[in-house]
Structures are given as structure tokens and as C-alpha cells.
Design a binder for this molecule. Structure first.
Ligand SMILES: [Zn+2]
Length: 314
């Protein structure tokens, strides 16, 4: 059976880099944040992980062609191939339906998101067919979406989860940065604005705490066998031993080439600039220690320090 591994966790926890590293294996393919598929293909300025403009990338062009889709929104309804299950779920306030799925492992069905679920599986299956890999790496991160997809045993795809946790102070520091740059295939270096809508430190701290706490509780209680817990700082500090653990979990043999992120061309969609820029996995340099304002750090310690310590951060 084919496997989709979904990386879960808060934004800015390093999921794009991790997806790229796992996707470097010959039996894996790094998808990236595939829930953004619709928005990404409609955006003429966005880039694929291969460094090419998305609408010029040969891999995604073929996928779109075979799904009878195209890049121009003028010829498509914007929700033509919506795979944003989670957006729909929260909008419609139908989250309570998930309780049966989480606790009693029932198949999640909901008319309001059925089409998005079907689209997601269509996309997975098309990419499995095209790439002939055993594992797709989906770094979409939303836990509720992952639970919905994993409940669909009728679809013959095995789901596994990685809960990726990063020091909350590092996440906060990364969130407060406003821009990043990408070196593109044609050699040009372009600066982009970060896509965070909020720069309110209190909100960012609360969001980090909420997502991590919720994920730990739900995954430890109900999805323990399906989940591997990965610490971002350990992964970047000792990439080989951590990747070995991950491939064990996926029942794949370790391949040393995965440490060289530029070895294989990848077509990661969405996520941050590391999908294009990262050539190797480098140790996390704890920039928050020098960059983070003392008052913001105090606020973090007051609100979320207890959980950060519980997660092993001193
Ligand atoms: Zn590409």
C-alpha cells in the first residue's frame, strides 16, 4: 500500500526543510503544502521547489494537463480544484463531527468538504502514478485535515504523521521577520514579503502554544502508532540519525544521498524559501538569543515557557 506522510506542527517549525530532506529519498516525493495547490497554481508569480516559475515547471504542468486543469484562473472557477479541506471545515464550524473520527476511528464524511477530500485523493493518486514512489511527503501541517484524510480507509492509502516541534522562541523570532529572499534558476535574487498576516507577538505565542499542546495531546492519546515525534533542533543538529529514524518509521532503507538536498531535483509546492534555497541541512543557530527583544522574550516565558521546557528546551 502507498503511504502519505503528513508533517504536522506550527508554522515556521521547519516543515519545508524536513519535507525536502525526506523527499530526497528515491522512494519518496516531497509534495510540500499541497493544501495550497489551488492558490499556488493560480498565482503567476509563485515558484516551484525546482526553482522554476510554477507555470513553467514541467512536472506540475504535466500533472495539471492530466487532471484537465490549467494555470489561468480566467478559464477556471477559483474553486475548481479546491483541496483546502481545513479552510472549509473551520469556516463551516463542523469540527464537532471530528470527535467520532478521533475517538471511535469512524470514517469522516461531511458533504461540505467531500469534494475537497476527493480532490485531495485524486491529486495524491495522480502523483503516485506519475512518480512511482512509495511515499508522498505532505507538509500541509493542519492536524484536523490530516485526521480527516487518515480516516478514509476506503481510499487505500496508509497515512502516517510526523509531529515536528521547534523551540517556541525560535518560531516566534522567525515569525517576526518580515521578508526572505530566493535565488532563482535564472540567477536572479528576489526579495519576498513573508505571508504572515499578524505580527502581534502575543497572538503568535498563543498560536504556537495552542497548536503544539493540542497536537501533543491528540496524537499521544489517539494516534501514537501512526506518529513519529521529531524535534527540529535535533534534526538539524544530527540530520543523519534523525533521518534514519524517519526512514525506519516509513519502512524504507536509509540512503546517504538524502543529506545532500541538491542531489535530486524536487518540485515542492508552497512552504518557505528553503524549498528552493536549502542545499544542505545546517545546524540551527539559535538566532532568537540575539534577535528577540527582551520584553517579548519575557512575555513568551510567562505565557508558554512551561510548555517549551516540557518539550525539552532549556
Ligand atoms: Zn518544479
Amino acid at each position: 500500500m502507498k503511504t502519505v506522510i503528513i508533517i504536522l506542527g506550527a508554522a515556521r517549525s521547519g516543515s519545508t526543510l524536513l519535507a525536502k530532506a525526506i523527499g530526497g529519498h528515491s522512494a519518496c516525493f516531497g509534495l510540500g503544502e499541497i493544501n495550497r495547490f489551488n492558490e499556488e497554481i493560480e498565482n503567476p508569480d509563485t515558484h516551484c521547489g525546482c526553482g522554476e516559475k510554477l507555470n513553467l515547471c514541467s512536472f506540475w504542468s504535466q500533472i495539471l494537463q492530466e487532471l484537465n486543469l490549467d494555470f489561468t484562473s480566467t478559464t477556471r472557477q477559483s474553486d475548481n480544484f479546491n483541496v483546502g479541506i481545513f479552510n472549509q471545515l473551520t469556516k463551516k464550524k463542523y469540527l464537532h463531527k471530528l470527535i467520532n473520527t478521533v475517538v471511535f476511528k469512524s470514517v469522516y464524511t461531511n458533504k461540505l468538504v467531500e469534494r475537497e477530500i476527493e480532490n485531495t485523493f485524486t491529486l495524491y493518486n495522480k502523483i503516485f502514478e506519475k512518480t512511482n514512489v512509495d511515499v508522498l511527503v505532505d507538509s500541509t501541517k493542519g492536524l484536523l485535515r490530516a485526521i480527516v484524510l487518515a480516516s478514509r480507509s476506503d481510499k487505500n492509502i496508509n497515512f502516517k504523521f510526523i509531529q515536528l516541534t521547534r523551540d517556541g522562541r525560535g518560531v516566534l523570532n522567525s515569525n517576526l521577520k518580515t521578508s526572505y529572499s530566493i535565488k532563482h534558476k535564472d540567477g536572479s535574487i528576489v526579495n519576498y514579503k513573508g505571508h504572515d498576516k499578524t505580527k502581534n507577538p502575543s497572538k503568535l505565542i498563543r498560536a504556537w502554544l495552542y497548536i503544539n499542546l493540542r497536537n501533543f495531546v491528540l496524537l499521544k492519546l489517539f494516534y501514537k502508532k501512526k506518529t513519529l515525534f521529531v524535534n527540529y533542533e535535533q534534526f538539524t543538529g544530527e540530520p543523519e540519525s534523525n533521518l534514519r529514524k524517519i526512514y525506519d518509521f516509513l519502512q524504507l532503507e536509509y540512503e546517504p544521498e538524502v543529506l545532500d538536498l541538491s542531489k535530486h531535483e524536487q518540485h515542492i509546492l508552497g512552504g518557505n524559501a528553503s524549498r528552493i534555497n536549502a542545499k544542505k541541512i545546517t545546524k540551527q543557530d539559535d538566532k532568537w538569543q540575539t534577535d528577540l527583544d527582551a520584553a517579548i522574550l519575557r512575555s513568551f516565558n510567562r505565557k508558554a515557557g512551561w510548555f517549551n521546557r516540557l518539550a525539552g528546551y532549556k
